[in-house]
Design a protein around this ligand. Structure first.
Ligand SMILES: NC(=O)c1ccc[n+]([C@@H]2O[C@H](COP(=O)([O-])OP(=O)(O)OC[C@H]3O[C@@H](n4cnc5c(N)ncnc54)[C@H](OP(=O)(O)O)[C@@H]3O)[C@@H](O)[C@H]2O)c1
Length: 248
């Protein structure tokens, strides 16, 4: 067995959107593996509850209030991490939204802009800052984008609006980053993990509840397990894309 999380123990991981759902499960899994987890989201009370609940684990959760649609927030968070926690080894770009009122036929530009700011631009800014830090510290780290099955194929689901297009962008951004890093001879790894329907606040609407009814869907823990697997691979192994769906 060559899978191991040993090289990450005590190291810093940044998880965006760590206040609920998949991000909270990933932050928890990484803290249990012994990492120092900078947990980013807007709802600081949720992050503090998570930190409190996991306070007796091998690693630790550090709550940081950040709105990833604001570059200034992201930059302040990365400065705080650099000054207080040390070099970044892992970035999990998980924060994501799908505002219900942002359809192509009747959506508002404000809503479209917010979708792209969170799902695409926030992810790019966090990636840029994390890689800058990794390079400064000669760290061969790992970036994981939490993408979606609708980043591979548009399907008929409620509130799809511009959301799939933002996740198609994540698919392209992951591959572009892989090529940019490869051209520079960098050993930093990039993985896109694409969950199918997962039981989180994301699916809270009555329309989604109707679609899910009677069907098996994933638990956030299933995606956290996938992320731990991705991070456990040896340095020369790159899981480029991982699609995880429930069996029905
Ligand atoms: N659930 C699914 O079926 C599913 C399937 C495929 C992919 N995904 C993807 O999985 C990721 C996590 O979603 P989830 O299902 O776990 O949903 P969720 O429970 O609603 O979590 C979304 C997370 O993103 C954070 N977030 C939203 N806007 C933010 C902002 N402006 N700044 C900082 N953080 C922000 C939220 O924190 P705050 O509100 O506290 O800021 C929350 O922690 C998303 O990228 C989503 O697209 C979900």
């Amino acid at each position: 067995m060559v899978l191991s999380m040993d090289r990450w123990v005590g190291k810093v991981a940044v998880v965006t959107g760590a206040s609920s759902g998949i991000g909270a499960a990933i932050a928890e899994a990484l803290a249990k593996e012994g990492l120092q987890v900078a947990a980013l989201a807007r709802r600081k009370n949720r992050l503090e509850d998570l930190a409190q609940r996991l306070s007796n684990q091998k690693g630790e959760i550090f709550p940081i209030q950040v709105d990833v649609s604001k570059e200034t927030d992201i930059l302040s968070a990365f400065t705080w991490i650099k000054n207080n926690l040390g070099p970044i080894y892992i970035l999990i770009n998980n924060a994501g939204i799908s505002p219900p009122s942002s359809g192509i036929l009747d959506g508002q530009v404000d809503s479209w802009e917010m979708l792209y700011k969170v799902n695409v631009l926030g992810l790019c800014i966090c990636t840029r800052e994390a890689i800058k830090d990794m390079k400064e510290n000669k760290v061969n780290g790992h970036i994981v984008h939490v993408n979606s099955v609708v980043g591979q194929q548009v399907v008929k689901l409620p509130h799809m609006n511009l959301y799939p297009s933002s996740k198609f962008a994540v698919t392209a951004l992951a591959e572009t980053l892989r090529l940019e890093l490869m051209n520079q001879g960098s050993k930093i790894k990039i993985t896109s993990v694409s969950p199918g329907l997962t039981d989180t606040e994301f699916l809270n609407s009555p329309e989604f509840k109707k679609v899910i009814k009677g069907n098996k869907i994933l638990e956030p823990q299933n995606i956290a397990d996938a992320v731990v697997y991705i991070l456990s691979t040896p340095p020369h192994v790159q899981v480029q894309e991982l699609i995880v769906r429930a069996v029905n």
